[in-house]
Design a protein around this ligand. Structure first.
Ligand code: GLN
Length: 236
Protein backbone atom coordinates (compact mmCIF):
# COMPACT_ATOMS: atom_id res chain seq x y z
CA UNK A 1 0.00 0.00 0.00
CA UNK A 2 1.09 3.52 -0.68
CA UNK A 3 0.29 6.89 0.89
CA UNK A 4 -1.76 9.23 -1.29
CA UNK A 5 -1.01 12.93 -1.37
CA UNK A 6 -3.77 15.18 -2.71
CA UNK A 7 -2.02 16.90 -5.60
CA UNK A 8 -4.48 19.52 -6.81
CA UNK A 9 -2.43 22.43 -5.57
CA UNK A 10 0.08 23.39 -2.86
CA UNK A 11 3.02 21.60 -1.23
CA UNK A 12 2.31 18.01 -2.32
CA UNK A 13 5.80 17.43 -3.78
CA UNK A 14 7.40 18.31 -0.45
CA UNK A 15 5.25 15.72 1.37
CA UNK A 16 6.12 13.06 -1.20
CA UNK A 17 9.82 13.87 -0.74
CA UNK A 18 9.60 13.42 3.05
CA UNK A 19 7.76 10.10 2.62
CA UNK A 20 10.52 8.96 0.27
CA UNK A 21 13.14 9.84 2.89
CA UNK A 22 11.22 7.60 5.30
CA UNK A 23 11.19 4.74 2.80
CA UNK A 24 7.49 5.06 1.95
CA UNK A 25 6.01 5.56 -1.48
CA UNK A 26 3.79 8.61 -1.79
CA UNK A 27 1.59 8.97 -4.86
CA UNK A 28 -0.20 11.98 -6.26
CA UNK A 29 -3.99 11.82 -6.04
CA UNK A 30 -6.05 13.90 -8.47
CA UNK A 31 -8.94 11.62 -9.40
CA UNK A 32 -11.57 9.89 -7.22
CA UNK A 33 -10.59 6.38 -8.38
CA UNK A 34 -6.98 6.94 -7.28
CA UNK A 35 -8.20 6.93 -3.66
CA UNK A 36 -8.96 3.22 -4.06
CA UNK A 37 -5.27 2.47 -4.37
CA UNK A 38 -3.97 4.30 -1.31
CA UNK A 39 -4.00 3.34 2.36
CA UNK A 40 -4.09 6.87 3.67
CA UNK A 41 -4.03 10.45 2.47
CA UNK A 42 -2.12 13.66 3.12
CA UNK A 43 -3.86 16.90 2.18
CA UNK A 44 -1.13 19.51 1.80
CA UNK A 45 -1.00 23.21 2.53
CA UNK A 46 -1.79 25.65 -0.22
CA UNK A 47 -4.95 27.68 -0.61
CA UNK A 48 -8.08 26.01 0.61
CA UNK A 49 -10.63 27.82 -1.59
CA UNK A 50 -8.61 27.04 -4.73
CA UNK A 51 -8.17 23.46 -3.57
CA UNK A 52 -11.92 23.18 -3.01
CA UNK A 53 -12.69 24.54 -6.48
CA UNK A 54 -10.29 22.06 -8.07
CA UNK A 55 -11.70 19.21 -5.97
CA UNK A 56 -15.17 20.14 -7.18
CA UNK A 57 -13.96 20.26 -10.78
CA UNK A 58 -12.46 16.77 -10.46
CA UNK A 59 -15.60 15.47 -8.68
CA UNK A 60 -13.49 14.52 -5.67
CA UNK A 61 -15.76 15.54 -2.79
CA UNK A 62 -17.87 12.35 -2.53
CA UNK A 63 -14.77 10.11 -2.66
CA UNK A 64 -12.83 12.26 -0.19
CA UNK A 65 -15.75 12.28 2.28
CA UNK A 66 -16.15 8.52 1.94
CA UNK A 67 -12.41 8.04 2.52
CA UNK A 68 -12.66 10.04 5.77
CA UNK A 69 -15.84 8.27 6.89
CA UNK A 70 -14.34 4.83 6.21
CA UNK A 71 -11.78 5.57 8.92
CA UNK A 72 -8.78 5.75 6.61
CA UNK A 73 -5.97 7.89 8.05
CA UNK A 74 -5.98 11.43 6.67
CA UNK A 75 -3.59 14.23 7.62
CA UNK A 76 -4.35 17.81 6.67
CA UNK A 77 -1.60 20.41 6.90
CA UNK A 78 -2.59 24.09 6.94
CA UNK A 79 -5.06 24.45 4.00
CA UNK A 80 -5.53 20.68 4.42
CA UNK A 81 -6.59 21.28 8.03
CA UNK A 82 -9.16 23.83 6.86
CA UNK A 83 -10.40 21.38 4.25
CA UNK A 84 -10.93 18.67 6.89
CA UNK A 85 -12.70 20.90 9.44
CA UNK A 86 -16.44 20.80 10.01
CA UNK A 87 -16.54 24.57 10.13
CA UNK A 88 -14.30 27.38 8.88
CA UNK A 89 -14.54 30.99 9.99
CA UNK A 90 -12.61 34.14 9.16
CA UNK A 91 -12.49 36.27 6.07
CA UNK A 92 -14.05 35.04 2.84
CA UNK A 93 -15.14 31.67 4.20
CA UNK A 94 -18.76 32.06 3.08
CA UNK A 95 -19.70 29.20 0.77
CA UNK A 96 -16.28 27.59 1.03
CA UNK A 97 -16.73 23.87 0.48
CA UNK A 98 -15.10 21.58 3.05
CA UNK A 99 -14.62 17.82 3.29
CA UNK A 100 -15.49 17.92 6.99
CA UNK A 101 -15.18 15.16 9.55
CA UNK A 102 -12.84 16.93 11.93
CA UNK A 103 -14.98 18.28 14.75
CA UNK A 104 -13.51 21.73 15.13
CA UNK A 105 -13.91 25.36 14.19
CA UNK A 106 -10.92 26.61 12.25
CA UNK A 107 -10.20 30.26 11.62
CA UNK A 108 -8.56 30.87 8.23
CA UNK A 109 -5.55 33.20 8.06
CA UNK A 110 -5.74 33.57 11.83
CA UNK A 111 -2.21 34.93 12.24
CA UNK A 112 -2.55 37.52 9.49
CA UNK A 113 -1.54 37.92 5.89
CA UNK A 114 1.37 36.39 3.97
CA UNK A 115 3.93 38.85 5.36
CA UNK A 116 2.92 37.91 8.90
CA UNK A 117 3.93 34.31 8.30
CA UNK A 118 6.43 33.13 10.91
CA UNK A 119 8.43 30.23 12.30
CA UNK A 120 8.73 29.29 15.94
CA UNK A 121 9.88 26.41 18.16
CA UNK A 122 7.04 24.50 19.83
CA UNK A 123 7.27 21.62 22.31
CA UNK A 124 6.99 18.32 20.45
CA UNK A 125 3.99 16.31 21.73
CA UNK A 126 5.01 13.15 23.60
CA UNK A 127 3.15 10.86 21.17
CA UNK A 128 4.87 12.42 18.17
CA UNK A 129 8.34 12.16 19.70
CA UNK A 130 8.06 8.59 20.99
CA UNK A 131 11.22 7.63 19.22
CA UNK A 132 13.24 10.55 20.51
CA UNK A 133 14.77 13.65 19.02
CA UNK A 134 14.89 17.18 20.40
CA UNK A 135 12.14 18.32 22.82
CA UNK A 136 10.88 20.92 20.37
CA UNK A 137 10.17 21.16 16.66
CA UNK A 138 10.33 24.02 14.18
CA UNK A 139 6.76 25.05 13.36
CA UNK A 140 6.42 26.91 10.06
CA UNK A 141 3.23 28.98 9.84
CA UNK A 142 2.42 30.36 6.37
CA UNK A 143 -0.75 32.45 6.32
CA UNK A 144 -1.85 29.77 8.69
CA UNK A 145 -5.18 28.94 10.27
CA UNK A 146 -5.74 28.29 13.99
CA UNK A 147 -8.29 26.09 15.66
CA UNK A 148 -10.59 28.05 17.96
CA UNK A 149 -12.71 25.25 19.34
CA UNK A 150 -12.79 21.44 19.28
CA UNK A 151 -15.40 18.76 19.95
CA UNK A 152 -15.11 16.16 22.75
CA UNK A 153 -13.47 13.49 20.58
CA UNK A 154 -10.64 15.73 19.47
CA UNK A 155 -7.27 15.39 21.16
CA UNK A 156 -5.20 18.58 21.24
CA UNK A 157 -1.57 17.83 20.35
CA UNK A 158 -0.16 21.35 20.20
CA UNK A 159 -1.22 24.87 20.98
CA UNK A 160 0.49 28.20 20.89
CA UNK A 161 0.30 31.12 23.33
CA UNK A 162 -0.91 34.25 21.63
CA UNK A 163 1.55 36.29 23.67
CA UNK A 164 4.38 34.45 21.85
CA UNK A 165 2.87 35.31 18.49
CA UNK A 166 2.43 38.96 19.33
CA UNK A 167 6.17 39.32 19.75
CA UNK A 168 6.98 37.50 16.48
CA UNK A 169 4.10 38.76 14.41
CA UNK A 170 2.79 42.17 15.34
CA UNK A 171 -0.63 41.69 13.89
CA UNK A 172 -3.30 43.79 15.65
CA UNK A 173 -5.97 41.28 14.59
CA UNK A 174 -4.51 38.73 17.01
CA UNK A 175 -5.50 40.80 20.03
CA UNK A 176 -9.05 41.09 18.74
CA UNK A 177 -9.32 37.37 18.09
CA UNK A 178 -7.98 36.59 21.52
CA UNK A 179 -11.11 38.00 23.10
CA UNK A 180 -13.32 35.82 20.93
CA UNK A 181 -11.57 32.50 21.65
CA UNK A 182 -12.87 30.41 24.48
CA UNK A 183 -9.43 28.93 25.06
CA UNK A 184 -8.15 32.26 26.43
CA UNK A 185 -4.59 33.05 25.60
CA UNK A 186 -3.82 30.03 23.45
CA UNK A 187 -4.96 28.76 20.09
CA UNK A 188 -4.76 25.15 18.96
CA UNK A 189 -2.43 24.27 16.08
CA UNK A 190 -2.37 20.45 16.00
CA UNK A 191 -5.11 17.91 16.71
CA UNK A 192 -5.99 14.24 16.31
CA UNK A 193 -9.46 12.78 16.10
CA UNK A 194 -9.44 9.02 15.47
CA UNK A 195 -8.16 8.55 11.92
CA UNK A 196 -7.72 12.29 11.35
CA UNK A 197 -4.59 14.31 12.05
CA UNK A 198 -4.41 18.04 11.38
CA UNK A 199 -1.65 20.62 11.78
CA UNK A 200 -1.77 24.35 11.12
CA UNK A 201 1.99 24.35 10.37
CA UNK A 202 4.10 22.71 7.67
CA UNK A 203 6.39 19.88 8.86
CA UNK A 204 7.10 19.00 5.22
CA UNK A 205 9.09 22.22 4.90
CA UNK A 206 11.54 21.26 7.66
CA UNK A 207 14.13 18.51 8.03
CA UNK A 208 12.28 17.04 11.03
CA UNK A 209 10.39 13.93 9.87
CA UNK A 210 8.74 13.09 13.20
CA UNK A 211 5.25 14.34 12.27
CA UNK A 212 5.32 12.22 9.11
CA UNK A 213 6.52 9.20 11.10
CA UNK A 214 3.68 9.76 13.56
CA UNK A 215 1.13 9.88 10.74
CA UNK A 216 2.55 6.70 9.20
CA UNK A 217 2.04 4.94 12.51
CA UNK A 218 -1.69 5.66 12.14
CA UNK A 219 -1.78 3.56 8.97
CA UNK A 220 -2.65 -0.06 9.91
CA UNK A 221 -1.22 -1.56 6.73
CA UNK A 222 2.10 -0.02 7.56
CA UNK A 223 1.98 -1.26 11.17
CA UNK A 224 1.25 -4.76 9.92
CA UNK A 225 4.31 -4.58 7.70
CA UNK A 226 2.55 -4.75 4.34
CA UNK A 227 4.23 -1.55 3.28
CA UNK A 228 7.90 -0.97 2.60
CA UNK A 229 8.36 1.25 5.67
CA UNK A 230 11.29 0.02 7.73
CA UNK A 231 10.38 0.52 11.38
CA UNK A 232 6.93 0.79 12.99
CA UNK A 233 7.20 0.18 16.71
CA UNK A 234 4.12 1.77 18.19
CA UNK A 235 0.85 1.04 19.88
CA UNK A 236 -0.86 4.03 18.32
N1 GLN B 1 -4.37 30.69 4.12
C1 GLN B 1 -4.52 29.49 3.37
C2 GLN B 1 -6.00 29.11 3.24
O1 GLN B 1 -6.83 29.73 3.78
C3 GLN B 1 -3.74 28.33 3.98
C4 GLN B 1 -2.27 28.62 3.91
C5 GLN B 1 -1.39 27.40 3.84
O2 GLN B 1 -1.84 26.28 3.56
N2 GLN B 1 -0.11 27.61 4.03
O3 GLN B 1 -6.31 28.19 2.58
Amino acid sequence: MVVGVLALQGSFNEHIAVLKRLGVKGVEVRKPEQLLNVSSLIIPGGESTTMAKLAELHNLFPALREFVQMGKPVWGTCAGLIFLANKATGQKTGGQKLIGGLDCIVHRNFFGSQIQSFETELPIPQVVAEEGGPPSFRAVFIRAPAILDVGPDVEVLADIPLSAIETINSNPAIQKEEDSTESGKKVIVAVKQGNLLATAFHPELTADTRWHSYFLKMVPEIEEGTSDIVSTSTSN
